[in-house]
Ligand binder design. Sequence first.
Ligand SMILES: CC(C)=CCC/C(C)=C/CC/C(C)=C/C=C/C(C)=C/C=C/C=C(C)/C=C/C=C(C)/C=C/C=C(C)/C=C/CC(C)(C)O
Ligand code: SAM
Length: 399
Amino acid sequence: MDTVHSPSSMPLAVAPAGWRERLAARIDRWSTSPALHRWAMGSVMTRWLVRRRSARLFACMAGFVHTQVLLACVRLHLLETLAESPRTLDELAALTGLQAASLQRLLDSAVAMGLMNRRSCGRYGLGALGAPVAAHAGIREMVEHNATLYDDLRDPLALLRDPNQAQMHTYWPYTPHQPHDGAPAETFSRYSALMSTSQRFVIDELLAAYPFDDHQRVLDVGGGMGGWVSALAQRHPHLHCTLFDLPPVAELAREQIGRLGLSERVTTRGGSFITDPLPGGADLVTLVRVAHDHDDATVLRLLRAIHDNLPLAGALVLAEPMAQAEGESPIDPYFHFYLMAMGSGRLRTPQALADLMAQAGFTHIELAPSPVPLHAQILVGRKSRVQASRAATLAGGAT
Ligand SMILES: CC(C)=CCC/C(C)=C/CC/C(C)=C/C=C/C(C)=C/C=C/C=C(C)/C=C/C=C(C)/C=C/C=C(C)/C=C/CC(C)(C)O
Ligand SMILES: C[S@@+](CC[C@H](N)C(=O)[O-])C[C@H]1O[C@@H](n2cnc3c(N)ncnc32)[C@H](O)[C@@H]1O
């Protein structure tokens, strides 16, 4: 039997074509047949399905236009403006300096996308999807940052043939292509500020998903500017925390933690988890949006170092966006291509990460329920006396 590499990186046996495969092949033939399409449109029982599939496919095709509508709204600060009060076309034209005729196309597109809605007297108001964008600077900064990714994706085949040509490489100084030693300080502060504003949702997920009361000392590896450890220390006043990150980032975190008045309980250490030992003494290590930036060998070395560093009964909480093992997911294509353009790491399924954790020695690996798994899914592993097996049986739902 052949073996292939599944998204979880575990070799899978390729089953010989059985009845399921034959059925799938038949459905493939049926579903591309114009006769079936005509029949499905004609029947009230199936018309809804044709409509829904057509709309979903159209959304795939039109995604670029939707992205640009959102970007234009963000660049013109339209959603923050409408959060203050609904406005007419002429008022918005005066505020943005755009001609009413072209601005109207943008506003009507934004209404069709749910970013805005129509109010009385011809005014435009904030729509259901515009509200979070107006409320969170982190989303607006990501929308702006994504312009770099979409430049790299302008010719998708060129990117697939030669991922090294992506401009996104230069944004992140810690990938194998960008040795961080020589990068200017500004490069670190730029990405750290972006991470800091976009971390808010992940912080809320983490605080909701895991009982931190049982721990005393937390080490946050790759902690960025310290948003997570600060929120943790504020929510759980008994905790002492250490943040470990590359020296320029740890320095930014130290300043930020000082500004929040948390320096007594939250300390920082500069270093690289690739070349330096991790600070000791923690009974809980958190790894938030770090593993997906690195290849399997680096992640495994880091997980082993974390495991060695923990006392018995210590725990690792790993949180980041994770891939769906199968089925549809809006985040998967985004992060698959983002990390390719970045030039390092990959989006992993919970099972693939759990397998790496098990190889590093962790046991009792579970997927913690996260309120909105889009921002991050959360894996918890323990250090125990039990001999860890190399492959994890993952409890807690999705793989
Ligand atoms: C009013 C009535 C009648 C009913 C109310 C009903 C109700 C309760 C509604 C709830 C409404 C509500 C509060 C909605 C809230 C929605 C929110 C907060 C939506 C948030 C969306 C967030 C998004 C889209 C975040 C996107 C994040 C991105 C794209 C992150 C990218 C991260 C990157 C690129 C990270 C890079 C790091 C690296 C390099 C991979 O390591
Ligand atoms: C995507 S950011 C996530 C930051 C933060 N945990 C968050 O969720 O916002 C990845 C972090 O890992 C840090 N990092 C990357 N390589 C590292 C290394 N070799 N040693 C220590 N930290 C590293 C980066 O400086 C950055 O702060």
